[in-house]
Design a binder for this molecule. Structure first.
Ligand code: 0A1
Ligand code: ZN
Length: 877
């Protein structure tokens, strides 16, 4: 049990620092057990005359301190576990700090650590303080130079931010490199890499004609697997010039892929560091999903160069300033590279699964949080994905031209600064002449609003009156909520399928076929005139706001929208809404012990999807996948994992049975036999064929197992292999074992591929999955110290809705135990994985009690990290 309560940091307490460090020269003498760090800083007092200099530092051995070249006597400064305080310092001085650190025993992967023998750093959010004492806060911008010294054989490559100034040989087989970054930056963007790495190289000519060298460093042998990332990088660089007018600024841009990394990747200035999972790809080892992810993350980190690095955050409460905006930018890029409609569907699915769940539970917080214990816990779906939705709404409200004017103003006004979300919004007000007072609530109010839409048609007057009501639910710390400004994009669809013009009462000209209403009050009425027939309401097109759109509608009307809505996103949405209604009813039936049967309205509506599948493979694939078990659980109270699973399985079997022939024909015809290319069209074709596999093997009989095995055996790329294995993972037939063994033996040397093998087993609905996961935790490829391994196995298991919520509590025990074991090794990752339990109040009493017990047990652990303490306490709170 913790003895002292960790401190809560609040936005309202923000104060500018009393000192500024404008320049820092770092010198690293690398050694796995004892790295020496010498830091020389130019310090100037900018605030309170009598303030002591307080710097942050953790897990440091302080060797010496000098002010203006003179050693400081020990009685003139103090240190504790988190700070260094020096009293009575001059107004301007040079501070030298000499520290020693032990990268080899750093398992938290914050600060300087070793990943497979490669030195690398992770400084966001507060890792820099694990190398030296510093003003480790994003509002201190300094110019960095970095000298790195190490043994040449083991560490031939020495990298840091900026441009290489000099490098050379030293006695005793050692060498050095000196890097200089001319752009002032906060220390969270600092990076250092040293190791034996191979690389690929390319060049980019910027819009003003400057040549930029591009390098991606990987483990030797992996060079070809970095080519797709390089291609993505060049496309992202061009896109940012064309769409945002942003040009790259240094002479070189480098990416390094490492195997041990807490997140996806990191936007360090000029030296991005990537988790190898989101960088390496080849047709034999990566799925289409991996390719798309790599393209998106490479773009995301590159885009941070302007939205994050050149303009950074004043404090960590402004995190969404860079993250929400950069996610919005990478999503727009992916939409331009691939199918915009399908990308939007994928993003909304993710938002609903992760962010809506977070927003409805004990960890709910606004896009701009007001307090935290550790900022690491706020790299959340709310800050990232809801933050991106907020930017999307701004763009909808001010239009494309207004958006470009506002972002141009933002870059011009704030380049080189550490700013706030408020300053970002102000740019929109100034550039577009709008008052966004109410809009700001999107940053401050947590909780997912519900927009209820009731339409009434009067055939006599040919008017359609639409009443929109909004409610924002109470969330922890925020009981009272005010109405938000919600852009509602909508259309009216005629019974025969045509779009009806949207003319509001009082307008002279005939209105457009789609428009955006601004809902600002708790309830508002919009009257459309000259509506020639009773329309079907298509509301929330392209998901115009991160809300629950609630428009009651007959099943037959939803089925009509599924095939006729002019907006593809809402065709998909209508299908999801109908499937959800059908599945929830089936789950209710299943609960009472009766075999559930699907509503024929939905099953029949699938015929139209199949008939039009050739028009857009990827879109058809999305239309054919009913909401996941996890998504359904968010809509059922209490959620019943077994009933939900049985209902969904029965629905898929019902659809398969009804449309057997078209599924078989599609499945056969989509097999092109062409060699693999990662482009969107080929990926879409594979995706649809693999969804068809789900249906043609739906019965899970021995014949199904043979189909799935044949699919696996004939696959020529990882996407298809995984689809075959995923089908087999549901089936208790010998083919399953044979195929999994075959896969294991083929990829035994490739941890990233074995992760997929582990994940599929952890996601199996078969009984015995808990035991299987426990067995896999003893597999030689499993490593508690590598976050990718833990996420692939235990993370995948906690997303297995049926087996994680096993009635006997063994699933919870497995995850609870893992969290307790992982916490002392890597608290950041442990705290993130604890989100598996955030929903505990949504289940029946018995399951609630078991999950609660796991959380209580976590809190009793001696030496618990503040990371896990914060999330577990809030979950129980
Ligand atoms: N800024 C990175 C994400 C990131 C955040 C924290 C990290 O370590 C604690 C690492 C990476 C991004 O948005 O890509
Ligand atoms: Zn980011």
């Amino acid at each position: 049990m913790r003895t002292e309560e960790p401190r809560t940091i609040r936005l309202k307490d923000y104060r500018a620092p009393d000192f500024r460090i404008s320049k820092i020269d770092l010198d690293f003498v690398l050694d796995p057990e004892a790295t020496r760090v010498a830091a020389t800083m130019k310090v100037r007092r900018t605030g309170n005359k009598s303030a002591s200099l307080t710097l942050s530092g953790e897990q440091l051995k302080l060797l010496a301190l000098r002010i203006d070249g003179k050693d400081l006597p020990e009685n003139s400064y103090r240190t504790d576990a988190e700070t260094l305080i020096v009293d009575s310092v001059p107004d301007e001085f040079v501070l030298d700090i000499f520290t020693e650190i032990a990268p080899a025993s750093n398992t938290s992967l914050e600060g300087l650590y070793l990943s497979k023998g490669i030195f690398c750093t992770q400084c966001e959010a507060e890792g820099f303080r694990r190398m030296t004492y510093y003003l480790d806060r994003p509002d201190n911008l300094a110019v960095f130079t970095t000298r790195i010294e190490a043994g040449k054989t083991k560490y031939p490559v020495l990298l840091s931010n900026g441009n290489l100034v000099r490098s050379g040989e030293l006695p005793e087989g050692r060498h050095f490199a000196l890097w200089s970054d001319p752009f002032p930056k906060p220390c969270y963007l600092f990076a250092l890499v040293a190791g034996d790495l191979g690389y690929i190289e390319d060049e980019f000519a910027t819009m003003s004609g400057r040549k930029v060298a591009l390098r991606i460093y990987v483990e030797h042998g992996n060079e070809p697997k970095a080519l797709y990332a390089m291609d993505s990088l060049k496309r992202a660089m061009r896109w940012d010039e064309e769409k945002y007018g942003r040009e790259y600024d240094l002479d070189i841009f480098m990416i390094v892929a490492v195997s041990a990394f807490n997140f996806g990747a990191m936007e360090n200035k000029g030296l991005n560091i990537f988790n190898d999972k989101v960088l390496l790809a080849s047709p034999e080892t990566a799925t289409d999903e991996d390719y798309a992810r790599i393209e998106g993350v490479v773009a995301h980190e590159y885009f941070h160069n302007w939205t994050g690095d050149r303009i950074t955050c004043r404090d960590w409460f402004q995190l969404s300033l860079k993250e929400g905006l950069t996610v919005f930018r990478d999503a727009s890029f992916s939409a331009d590279m691939r199918s915009a409609g399908v990308k939007r569907i994928e993003d909304v699915k993710f938002l609903r699964m992760r962010q809506f769940q977070e927003d409805a539970g004990p960890l709910a917080h606004p896009v701009q949080p007001q307090s935290y214990i550790t900022i690491d816990n706020f790299y959340t779906a709310t800050v990232y994905e809801k933050g991106a939705e907020v930017i999307g709404m701004l763009k909808t409200l001010v239009g494309n031209d207004g958006y470009r004017k506002a972002t141009d103003l933002y870059f011009a006004r704030h380049d080189g600064q550490a700013v706030t979300i408020e300053e970002w919004v102000k740019c929109f007000e100034d550039a577009c002449g709008r008052d966004l007072g109410q809009f700001r609530l999107w940053y401050r109010q947590a909780g997912t609003p519900t927009v209820e839409a009731i339409g009434a048609y009067d055939a006599g007057t040919r008017k359609y009156a639409l009443t929109l009501k909004q409610t924002v639910p109470p969330t922890p710390d925020q009981q009272e909520k005010r109405p938000m400004q919600i852009p509602v994009r909508l259309g009216l669809v005629g019974r025969s399928g045509g779009a009806l013009p949207l003319t509001l009462e009082g307008e002279n000209a005939i209105g457009p076929e789609e428009r955006v209403l601004e809902l600002t009050g708790a309830e508002q009425r919009f009257v459309f005139v000259d509506v020639e027939e009773e329309p079907l309401l298509s509301i929330g097109r392209r998901f115009s706001a991160p809300v629950h759109f609630n428009a009651p509608m007959a099943a037959a009307d939803r089925a009509a929208l599924m095939s006729r809505d002019g907006d593809p996103f809402n065709r998909w949405e209508a299908g999801q809404a109908l499937a959800t209604d059908v599945l929830l009813e089936m789950a209710d039936t299943a609960k009472s012990g009766i075999a559930p049967r699907p509503d024929p309205i939905y099953v029949d509506a699938i015929a139209d999807v199949l008939a039009h599948a050739a028009e857009d493979h990827a879109f058809a694939a999305e239309m054919l996948v009913p909401p996941s078990e996890g998504e359904l659980a968010l809509k059922m109270s209490p959620a019943d994992p077994v009933a939900i699973h049985d209902a969904r399985t029965a629905l898929i079997r019902g659809i398969a049975e009804k449309h057997r022939e078209p599924f078989e024909v599609l499945y056969r015809n989509l097999d092109s036999g062409d060699p693999f290319t990662p482009d969107a069209a080929s990926a879409g074709r594979r995706r649809l064929r693999n969804v068809c596999l789900r249906y043609v093997s739906a019965e899970d009989t021995d014949a199904s197992a043979r189909i799935a095995e044949a699919h696996y055996r004939s696959a020529t790329n990882m996407t298809d292999m995984i689809a075959g294995l995923a089908a087999l993972s549901r089936m208790d037939w010998p083919e399953r074992e044979t195929a999994f063994t075959d896969f294991h033996d083929r990829f035994a040397g490739d941890p990233l591929v074995l992760d997929k093998w582990m994940g599929l087993q952890a996601g199996s609905p078969l009984p015995g999955t808990v035991a299987q996961v426990r067995a896999l935790m003893k597999h030689p490829a499993f490593d508690m110290k590598n976050p990718n391994r833990v996420r692939a196995l235990v993370g995948a298991f906690s997303a297995n809705h049926l087996r994680f919520h096993e009635a006997d509590g063994t699933g919870y025990a497995l995850v609870g135990e893992t969290l307790r074991d992982l916490d002392p090794i890597n608290p950041q990752v442990a705290a993130r994985m604890a989100a598996a339990l955030e929903n505990w109040r949504r289940y029946d009493d018995a399951r609630q009690a078991q999950m609660r017990a796991e959380l209580e047990w976590i809190l009793k652990r001696p030496g618990l990290s503040t990371n896990l303490f914060e999330v577990a306490t809030k979950m129980l709170g």
